[in-house]
Design a protein around this ligand. Sequence first.
Ligand code: PLP
Length: 386
Amino acid sequence: MNEKMVRLGQNRSEIRELFEYGKLLQEKGMDVCDLTLGNPTAKTPDWVTEVLSNGLKSKDVHAYTSAQGSFKARTVIANSLSKNGVDFSADSIVLTCGAAASLCGVFKTLVNSENDEIIALSPYFPEYKVFVEGCGARFKTVGFLGDGFTPDISALDKAITKNTRAIIINSPNNPSGKVYSKEEILDIANLLTQKSIEFNNPIYLVSDEPYREIVFDNTLLPFIPKLYKNTIICYSYSKSLSLAGERIGYIAIPTQIDEINDLYAGFLGSLRSYGYVCAPSLFQYMIENFREEYADFSLYENNTALLLEGLDKLGFVCNQPKGAFYLLVKAPNGNSKEFATRAKELGLLIVPADSFGASGWLRIATCVTKQTAENALILFEKLSRK
Ligand code: PLP
């Protein structure tokens, strides 16, 4: 038996643990205010439902497709990405079962020995560690500077070695809502170019983009492949179309990327070895008939504003998210686990962000109903009095 896998199955992530606890209380008819999981509550756009219903009437919509996904769907994605000034082609896109599958396929492709390393910029999505270690590589992290979560370039410089295969960047970011600026990305890109030359091996930038469209206050989201040619995009429709349980996304590489043929074959080989076969056929049909209209994210922006204002009045310190649907709150005494436990006793479920590389902070998911956000403030008020 693979002990590592058994342990992985036995120990759920901190987020899932709290989420399951909340579900249990709800089943018992108890009140819980659950701000744990990034499960989008904005309505799936009507065009998606319409296209899916039409698709269900088509005779071959449940059949296997090519492993890389339908040519028509990949062409739609390539044309859309190419509008950003970097070329993509149908043959540089692979459809996947969501960003998680994309990331696993990419890491397995890049990792060739147990000495290989993948580095995540903090704060980061904790499942990266599981995905990276699951394909036998070493997972390393690099910290940030200040409450603006600026990447620590000199720490990144020191962390990169001849064994570094890739750096993971996630913008807009889970858990901070940070959107990395063009200058910050260029600093990373320049360092990676220099290190790739020094070690005579491309170091890829894996851009994990499930929150790409969820950006507030007209903040500019730089298109990373334009700033660094060796960028691998891992995308998902989970959040942008509120389809998290349906499992649909893609890997995209610009046609200018180094080692394009081996990379592309490696993605197909890796996904094959994981047994993914192909992405869900019905949702490939949705992409073939794509309309650039996403879920209404104003709910998340409004919840964020509501919570920021309310928490500020109560004396809590928060970061200022520019996108995604999370915000970070500082644990008043610096101990996020203790604060999360006290909150749990009141039925307020929030996640200590230590496992996201942001110790002393708590993550609040703002992708909830307005009512849940308002209830959360009532409970925070009780906590502030304790
Ligand atoms: N990456 C980040 C940063 C996420 O927050 C998530 C899910 O919450 C994923 C990847 C996985 O998304 P998917 O549902 O597309 O697998």
